[in-house]
Design a protein around this ligand. Structure first.
Ligand code: C2E
Ligand code: MG
Ligand code: MG
Length: 925
C-alpha cells in the first residue's frame, strides 16, 4: 500500500509512530510492541544518564567526605596544637608553683640549718607566715627519721625513717629538691605529693629532712580549665614514669590508683605526642595528647583533649555535608530521570522520523520514485543559505548517476548552479511558504538528472523538504504519440481539426512576427454527399483518401493541409507574398479535383469549391479566418463559374446582417413585433375563397416590414422559430376567433410550420392548444410543411402528422417539387394537399414540359387522393392551363397578394377574367 501513496499522504499516515508522545500512560495499551522493542534496543543508551548521574553523585559524596576528612584532619591538627599549647602552659604553671615551693623549702632549709634558735616550724611559721593553703604542711625529721617539727597537728614525733624520701636524702647528699611519688596522707586523708630536701649540719653530715606536703589535686589544678573541655585530661608525670597528679574533665583523678588513666599510658610516657591508644584510658575516649617538660624539674606536663570535644563542631559540618550530599543526590536522580525521559523521547522522535524515512525509502526503493530529504543549512541571522541532502533512496541517487552513499551529504549548491539553481531555490522557497509543490518538469540540457521529463513533488516535513521524483519520460512520449494520433485523421492520415486548432494560432503568431501573409483555404467537395449516399461509406472513404492524396501532390512542401470534417479540408499557405499566390494554389486544387477519380472501376467526378481568407486582411484569429474562408466557400458554391472565392467585406456585411437579425429577433419576439398577413386560396371550381395562408411579417422599428425570407433562416438557426411558431399560431387563432365574432364565414387558414418545430415534437400540442383556447373547430386550421422537413425527421414528422390528421387538421405539403420526397413517403405520410411550388407554375405556358410535369403531379395526387394547389399563379394563362389540368385550387398574386387581416374582410375573389383587378390590389409585394 505504501508504494502507491505519495510522500505527502505517507507522512500523515504514520500514526502508528506517534512522534514525541512516547509516554502516554493514561492511554490503555500505550506501551506498544514497537515501543517495547525500541526500549530494548535503546537499553545501552538509556543507562547513560543514570550512570552519569551516579558518577556525579559518587563524586559529590567523595568530595564531601574528603572535605570532611580534611576538616577532621584540621581539627586533629588543631587539637594537637591546642594540646601542645596547653601542655606548655600547664608545664609553665607547674614549674612556677614548684619553683615557689622549691624556694620555700630552700629558705626553710637554710633557716633550719643556720638559725638554731628557731628549731620548730611553728616558730618559723609564726615568724615568717610562709605556709599558704597550697601547702598542707611542712615537717622536719631528724637524723633518725623522727618528726621533730611540723605544722601538721598530731604528726610530731612520728617516725618517717622508712619513707622513701627520708631514706633517699639520708643516702644522697644532694641539696636539691626531691619531688616524691604521691602518697596517702594520714591526716587528713588526702593524696599528697611530698617535696623534700636534705638538712645538713653546718659542719657537714646528714642532719635530717625537711619536706612540704602538698595536695596532689593542687598540681592538677590548671588555670586554663575551660580549654580542656569535658573529656580533656591533665596529667603530671614524673620523669620516673610515676603519675603525680591527674584530672579528667573537671574531676581530679587519683594519682595513686587512677581509675581512667591506665598503666599503659604511664608506660608509654612521659613524652607523649599524638593520639591516645585505646588501652590508655579506661573510659575509651580517644584523646589528642601533648607533653611538655616542666622547666627545672623532672616532671612532664601532659594535656590530652578528648576526641568528642575536639570533633564536636565536625558533627555539625558533617550533618551539613550530608544534607548537601542528599540534596545533590536527589538532584542527580531527578536529572537522571529527566535526562533519560528526554533522551528517550528524543530517541523515539528520531526513531519515528527514521522509521518514516526508512519505511518510505524502502517503500519507494522498489518503485519508480526517487526520494530525497533536503535539510536546510543556516547562515548568519538564521537565513537559509543552502540545503543538504540528508537522505535519499537508491532510485533517487540513480537520477544523479550516483549511489545513495555518495549522494547523501551533497549540498544543493554542489549539485546545481546558475539558472538551474536559482529556479530550484525559487521552488524550495515556495515550498517552505506553502508546504507543497508538484509539477511536471522538462529537464534542461544542463541538468544533472538522468531523465528528460520528471514529475517532482516537494513536501515540507518539519524543517526539511521531502522530494519525490518520478521519471515520466515514457509517459510523456506516449502522450506525445497519443497527441500526434489525436491530431491525426485516421482515414486520410492528414492532420485533423485538433491539430489545426493548435497549429494555426502558432502559425499566425509567426506570420505576425515576421510580417507575412497567411492564406486559409476552405476546400469543400461539391458532390461528395451524393457519392457517399449513393455508393456507400466505403466508396466515400476511398474517395476522401484519394482526394487527400491528390491535393497533397499539388501543394508545395511548406503548405499544410488538414481534414476539417466530412468532405471539408483546410489548406494553410504560410509562404505567400500576395493574394495571387493563394489563387494559384486554389486553382491547382480545383484543377486537380476536377479530374475524375476511379474507385472500384467507377468514375467519379466531384469538383470542389474553395473559400480563401487572408491574414491579416480578413482576420487576426484562427477562428475568424476559418469562418471567413467558410463564408467565401459558400459564395464559391453558389457561383457556377468561379470555383474559388476570396472572402470579401461584402460577404462579411451580409453575414453581419444575419448576426444582427439573429440578435434582433430575440427582442422582436419579446416586443410583439410580428404581424400575420393572409393570402387567399381560391377554388378553381367555383371561384370562391377556399382558404387563407398565414404568412408572418416582422414590423421592424427601423427597417419597416421585413419578409420571412430575411428572418426565418435566422430564426431557425437560433431556435427562436419555436417561439415564433407559437406567436403565429396564437395570432391566427385569435384572428379566426375575431372573424367568427364578427360574423364572417370562416375558411381554413393554413399555417407554415418549420422543420425545427416538428423536430421539437410540439406541433400537435400547439395546434391543439390554439383550437382549444379560441374554441375553433379543427377544420379551421391547416398545417403546411415542406418536403425537406419531411425528409429530415421522417419518423417524428409521421407521428405528428398522424396525430394532426386524427384531430381533423389537414396537412399541406408546401413547395412541392423542390425537394426529394419520394412517392413512398408521400403515401405513407398521408398528406391532404400538395402545394406545387411556384417554380412549376411559372413554367406553365412557357414550355411544353411545364404542363407535362404539372399533369403528372396532378394525376399522381389524384391517385393518392390528394388535393393540388398551385402556388404563385401570376397570369391568366397559368390560371387557364391549371383549370384545364384539373387543379383544384390556386394561390398567387393574380388572385391576391398576402393581405393584412383587416383587408381580408371585404375580400372578393376575382378569379375569372378579373386578373387585372386582382393585380391592382396586390399591395403586399
Ligand atoms: P410559402 O409558404 O411558399 O409562401 C408563399 C410565398 O410565396 C409567400 O412569400 C408569398 O407572398 C409568396 N407568393 C404568393 N403568391 C405569389 C406569386 O404570385 N408570385 C410570387 N413571386 N410569390 C408569391 P412570403 O410571404 O415571403 O413567405 C415566404 C416563405 O416564408 C413562405 O413560403 C413560408 O415558407 C415562409 N413563411 C411565411 N410565413 C411563415 C410562418 O409563419 N412560419 C414559417 N415557418 N414559415 C413562414
Ligand atoms: Mg406556405
Ligand atoms: Mg410555398
Amino acid at each position: 500500500m505504501l508504494q502507491t501513496c505519495n510522500s505527502y499522504e505517507f507522512r500523515f499516515n504514520m500514526n502508528n509512530c506517534d512522534k514525541g508522545a512516547f509516554f502516554q500512560p493514561w492511554k490503555p495499551g500505550w506501551l506498544t510492541r514497537d515501543k517495547r522493542r525500541f526500549v530494548r534496543r535503546q537499553a545501552a543508551s538509556l543507562v547513560v544518564w543514570p550512570v552519569v548521574s551516579l558518577a556525579l553523585g559518587v563524586l559529590l559524596w567523595v568530595v564531601l567526605f574528603s572535605m570532611l576528612d580534611a576538616d577532621r584532619q584540621r581539627m586533629e591538627d588543631d587539637a594537637l596544637r591546642q594540646a601542645t599549647l596547653l601542655s606548655a602552659t600547664y608545664a609553665q604553671q607547674i614549674g612556677r608553683n614548684v619553683a615557689q615551693l622549691d624556694q620555700l623549702t630552700s629558705v626553710l632549709k637554710s633557716v633550719w640549718e643556720n638559725a638554731e634558735s628557731m628549731r620548730t616550724l611553728e616558730e618559723i611559721q609564726k615568724k615568717t607566715g610562709f605556709i599558704d593553703n597550697t601547702i598542707l604542711g611542712i615537717s622536719v625529721a631528724d637524723t633518725d627519721g623522727i618528726v621533730t617539727s611540723t605544722t601538721i597537728p598530731g604528726a610530731l614525733g612520728r617516725s618517717v625513717s622508712d619513707r622513701d624520701d627520708f631514706r633517699f636524702h639520708q643516702s644522697h647528699p644532694t641539696p636539691s629538691l626531691r619531688i616524691g611519688p604521691p602518697l596517702k596522707s594520714l591526716l587528713p586523708e588526702t593524696e599528697i605529693v611530698v617535696l623534700s630536701r636534705r638538712l645538713d649540719h653546718p659542719r657537714g653530715g646528714f642532719a635530717g629532712v625537711i619536706w612540704a606536703s602538698i595536695d596532689a589535686a593542687f598540681l592538677a589544678d590548671f588555670t586554663n580549665k575551660s580549654s580542656l573541655g569535658a573529656t580533656g585530661v591533665l596529667a603530671l608525670v614524673g620523669q620516673d614514669g610515676v603519675l603525680r597528679a591527674a584530672k579528667l574533665g573537671g574531676t581530679v583523678e587519683s594519682a595513686l590508683r587512677p581509675k581512667v588513666i591506665q598503666p599503659d599510658f604511664l608506660r608509654a610516657g612521659p613524652w607523649i605526642q599524638g593520639v591516645s591508644h585505646a588501652s590508655w584510658f579506661a573510659d575509651g575516649i580517644r584523646r589528642y595528647l601533648a607533653s611538655e617538660q616542666v622547666p627545672g624539674y623532672p616532671l612532664v606536663a601532659v594535656v590530652g583533649l578528648g576526641a568528642e570535644d575536639v570533633f564536636r563542631p565536625l558533627q555539625e559540618i558533617e550533618a551539613n555535608y550530608r544534607r548537601i550530599g542528599a540534596a545533590g543526590t536527589a538532584v542527580f536522580i531527578l536529572f537522571a530521570i529527566a535526562a533519560t525521559v528526554m533522551s528517550l523521547r528524543l530517541a523515539w522522535r528520531k526513531h519515528c522520523e527514521e522509521t518514516i524515512r526508512s519505511t518510505y525509502r524502502i517503500a519507494t526503493e522498489g518503485a519508480k520514485e526517487g526520494f530525497f530529504m533536503w535539510s536546510p543549512i543556516y547562515g548568519k541571522g538564521d537565513s537559509i543559505v543552502d540545503y543538504e541532502m540528508v537522505d535519499c533512496n537508491e532510485r533517487g541517487a540513480s537520477f544523479y548517476g550516483l549511489t545513495r552513499k555518495d549522494l547523501i551529504g551533497s549540498r544543493l549548491r554542489q549539485l546545481y548552479s546558475g539558472p538551474l539553481l536559482q529556479e530550484l531555490l525559487g521552488v524550495v522557497t515556495n515550498v517552505v511558504e506553502h508546504g507543497f509543490h508538484e509539477e511536471e518538469y522538462k529537464t534542461r540540457s544542463d541538468t544533472k538528472l538522468d531523465a528528460t521529463w520528471i514529475n517532482r513533488r516537494f513536501v515540507r516535513a518539519g524543517e526539511n523538504i521531502a522530494v519525490t521524483i518520478r521519471d515520466i519520460g515514457e509517459r510523456k512520449q506516449l502522450e506525445q504519440e497519443k497527441s500526434v494520433l489525436a491530431e491525426q485523421d485516421t482515414l486520410t492520415a492528414l492532420p485533423n481539426r485538433h491539430w489545426l486548432s493548435r497549429y494555426l494560432p502558432l502559425a499566425l503568431e509567426r506570420a505576425g512576427r515576421e510580417g507575412r501573409f497567411l492564406a486559409t483555404l476552405f476546400v469543400d467537395l461539391d458532390k461528395f454527399k451524393i457519392v457517399n449516399d449513393s455508393w456507400g461509406h466505403s466508396t466515400g472513404d476511398q474517395l476522401l483518401q484519394a482526394v487527400a492524396h491528390r491535393m497533397q501532390t499539388v501543394l508545395r512542401p511548406d503548405d499544410r493541409i488538414a481534414r476539417f470534417g466530412g468532405d471539408e479540408f483546410i489548406v494553410l499557405l504560410e509562404n505567400i507574398e500576395r493574394e495571387a499566390n493563394a489563387a494559384e494554389v486554389a486553382q491547382r486544387i480545383v484543377d486537380a479535383l476536377a479530374q475524375p477519380f476511379h474507385i472500384h472501376r467507377q468514375e467519379f467526378l466531384i469538383g470542389t469549391s474553395i473559400g480563401i481568407s487572408l491574414y491579416p486582411r480578413d482576420g487576426q484569429e484562427a477562428e475568424t479566418l476559418i469562418r471567413n474562408a467558410d463564408i467565401a466557400m459558400y459564395n464559391a458554391k453558389a457561383d457556377i463559374g468561379m470555383r474559388y472565392h476570396f472572402f470579401s467585406d461584402a460577404l462579411f456585411a451580409r453575414l453581419q446582417r444575419r448576426w444582427e437579425t439573429e440578435r434582433e429577433l430575440a427582442r422582436a419576439t419579446e416586443n410583439d413585433e410580428f404581424i400575420v398577413h393572409y393570402q387567399p386560396r381560391v377554388s378553381l371550381r367555383n371561384g370562391t375563397l377556399a382558404g387563407l395562408e398565414a404568412l408572418v411579417r416582422w414590423q421592424h422599428p427601423v427597417r419597416g416590414i421585413v419578409y420571412p425570407g430575411d428572418f426565418i433562416p435566422a430564426a431557425e438557426s437560433t431556435g427562436l422559430i419555436l417561439r415564433l411558431g407559437e406567436i403565429v399560431m396564437d395570432k391566427v387563432g385569435a384572428q379566426l376567433a375575431q372573424w367568427r365574432a364578427e360574423g364572417m364565414p370562416l375558411v381554413p387558414v393554413s399555417v407554415n410550420i418549420s422543420g425545427k418545430q416538428f423536430n421539437d415534437g410540439s406541433v400537435t400540442g400547439l395546434v391543439e392548444r390554439c383550437l382549444q383556447q379560441y374554441g375553433l373547430p379543427a377544420s379551421t386550421i391547416e398545417v403546411e410543411l415542406t418536403e425537406s422537413t419531411m425528409a429530415t425527421n421522417a419518423q417524428q414528422v409521421a407521428h405528428e402528422l398522424a396525430a394532426l390528421r386524427a384531430m381533423g387538421v389537414s396537412v399541406h405539403l408546401d413547395d412541392f417539387g423542390t425537394g426529394y420526397s419520394s412517392l413512398a413517403m408521400l403515401h405513407s405520410l398521408d398528406v391532404d394537399v400538395l402545394k406545387v411550388d411556384r417554380a412549376f407554375t411559372s413554367r406553365l405556358g412557357r414550355a411544353e414540359e411545364g404542363e407535362v410535369l404539372f399533369r403528372a403531379i396532378i394525376s399522381m395526387a389524384k391517385a393518392l387522393e390528394m388535393k393540388v394547389i398551385a402556388e404563385g399563379v401570376e397570369s391568366d394563362g397559368q390560371l387557364r392551363i391549371l383549370q384545364q389540368l384539373g387543379c383544384e385550387e390556386v394561390q398567387g398574386y393574380l388572385m391576391s397578394a398576402p393581405l393584412p387581416a383587416s383587408e381580408v374582410r371585404a375580400f372578393q375573389v376575382p378569379v375569372f377574367g378579373q386578373a387585372e383587378a386582382a393585380r391592382a390590389s396586390a399591395c403586399d409585394h
